[in-house]
Design a protein around this ligand. Sequence first.
Ligand SMILES: [Ca+2]
Ligand SMILES: [Ca+2]
Length: 379
Amino acid sequence: MKRSAVQSTAAASFAVVVALISAAGASAAVFGTAPLNISTDAAGNAGNGPSGHPAVSGDNRAVKYVAFDSDASNLVADDANAATDVFIWRRPAGRAGLKLNRLGVGKLQRASVSSGGVEANGASSRPALDGSMRSRPRCLVFQSLATNLAPTDATPDSDIYIRDLKLGTTRVLTAALSEDSGNAAVDGKCRTVIFEAGGKIYSVSTRGGRPRSLGAGTQPRFSRDGLSMVWVKRGKVVFRHKRRNRTLTAGNGPVVSDEGGAGAGWAVAYNAGTKVKLALIRKNGRTKVRTALRRSRIGGISVYAAQRGVLVYAKGKSVFYLNRKSGNSDDLAHAKAAVTEMAISARSNIVAFAAPGGIDFVDAPGSTVKSVYVKYLPQ
Ligand SMILES: [Ca+2]
Ligand SMILES: [Ca+2]
């Protein structure tokens, strides 16, 4: 894959022309499998409403789950709440999970339901999934306005809920807070959830208890190993490790890697205007911030990004990845409208993103609904 982004975009454009002529698939034009729309019903029919905010489980290369939210009512049977719900898609095992070439493949379930399986009476959105290099995914967290998901929460404010993927139970984590809570993230072992409420970052144990304030901030994210977090405070990105906060430069939408070996420390990527900044924070505290990408938007970071690893990002309507070890950048998808919601697995073998307006040659002709796609990237 010794191609620059510019060259591969040109190659992609050429391939699109070839596809137009030969009616071939789009898979030849981009690196990895062709994007597969997973926000469909079991037969592969597109959602009847928009889907977005994909999250990918952090279980090393296994990547069992992708979650997203959707306004569509036709993705699963009996969705009659006329409200946004959170869905979890289970990637098929074996070849089918690597090829990802058939619409409706895998198992899609609604996750924003009560322990008794009752559907929510309010909108649920913004899922996050656990799983790390050493642990399997066990839980999904999301925010919901519903008043019927947990007996201890009957107020129509926004709360953070946790769904145990094995037991199929749902609990509220923020009943003790009167502010609206949202934008939750969970560590890789499903021990701690961080979220924002009333302009502050809070941390709460997944076993329950009162949320604890970590100070002013928004947009919290965890590293997969759960040892570091990032957020935005007064317009600047904050990196936190072992209760120590380090303020980086101005930015938003930060993502953080696990700690690298041999003192390499951590990588934090974030948006700053139209640039993507990459902060490398070494174990000894030395921090370097540089511009990694221009006219781009960060979408995700793989666990080893401090030393090597991958960034996934969008440039206009296209999704790319950048391999920090080789310096190679390659295109993953060309959507019909600007892509802003992306996620990447721990080892960057699975990428998920939401494309407003759909993707040419991938969706049914004429389908323009915002959908969630997954790709497998061979490594
Ligand atoms: Ca619904
Ligand atoms: Ca509530």
